[in-house]
Write a protein that binds this ligand. Structure first.
Ligand SMILES: [Zn+2]
Length: 273
């Protein structure tokens, strides 16, 4: 079977990135940050090919999802760029992949780490899967697992990698920085971060058969605690969405992907109020 590797690349967990001046398109340091992001993606691509991958698909998973610089990206990989995408940070994953890698990931909303948030810093106070708080890694692991694909490697700040280990104990990690506060970190130099990511990606792909895909028990309930009541009031109008309290709604489904898409749509419809 062709060894295909999937790579989801976010930005907040890239070494050197600590502020929205890095992560917003209109930020003064954005061009610097997108270059560092692309170089970390390249390190993971290289690691995957070193582990004998024959095909690598990279999905730009941050903000507008138009951050990775196409002409700088390793030409052996294919790039999914732009948004919206139905599976968002996991667009393009399916059951033909053998392993998934997360690069540049960050801590979930409400936990100490660089630029912690879950999906939307403006709208989401907390997100729970079957009652347990999860960040983007937890959500995306469920999508990969839906297709039988294990998350084999994660890079990001040490908060992101330790949260990933809570869910997937055998995942290979690359902590490229350690938060001092939400907006400051002790960082590996880009060259050292990239070399660590390359090595750990290779190891992760080689370990793929030892790492179980995440399958959340069904029916699966996704619970969204919004930042304000207006968001919950609008979200509640969608058929099937339950209002749990003033700021919280939930959606339950036998199909994890359906529940994920519902939450994604709720954030688009109600997340900017
Ligand atoms: Zn991001």
């Amino acid at each position: 079977m062709t060894l295909k590797v999937y790579i989801s690349v976010d930005m907040e967990g890239v070494s050197g990135v600590v502020h929205k001046d890095h992560t917003s398109r209109d930020g003064d340091d954005y061009q610097l940050a997108r270059r560092l992001m692309t170089l970390e993606a390249n390190a993971a691509i290289e690691g995957a090919f070193d582990a004998r991958a024959l095909e690598v698909v990279v999905n730009d998973s941050h903000g507008t999802m138009r951050n990775l610089i196409p002409e700088l990206l390793d030409p052996r990989a294919q790039l999914i760029t732009g948004s919206p995408k139905p599976l968002s940070m996991m667009q393009g994953i399916d059951n033909t992949f053998s392993a998934a890698i997360c690069i540049g990931y960050h801590a979930r909303a409400g936990t100490s780490g660089i630029l912690d948030h879950t999906m939307s810093g403006r709208a989401v106070y907390d997100l729970r899967i079957n009652g347990k708080s999860q960040g983007e890694f937890g959500l995306n692991s469920g999508i990969a697992g839906y297709f039988g694909v294990p998350m084999v490697m994660i890079s990001g700040d040490s908060a992101a990698t330790s949260q990933a280990t809570d869910l997937v104990p055998d995942i290979v990690t690359a902590a490229v920085k350690e938060a001092v506060t939400r907006y400051s970190a002790k960082c590996l130099s880009p060259i050292m971060a990239q070399s660590l990511i390359k090595e750990q990606s290779k190891l992760g792909v080689e370990s793929r058969e030892l790492i179980a895909p995440i399958k959340y028990p069904t029916p699966t309930t996704l619970t969204l605690q919004f930042m304000n009541t207006a968001m919950a009031e609008i979200a509640e109008m969608i058929p099937g969405v339950e209002r749990n309290n003033d700021v919280t709604v939930s959606y339950t489904s036998e199909d994890y992907l359906e529940a994920f898409k519902c939450i994604r749509a709720l954030l688009i419809i109600a997340g900017t109020l």
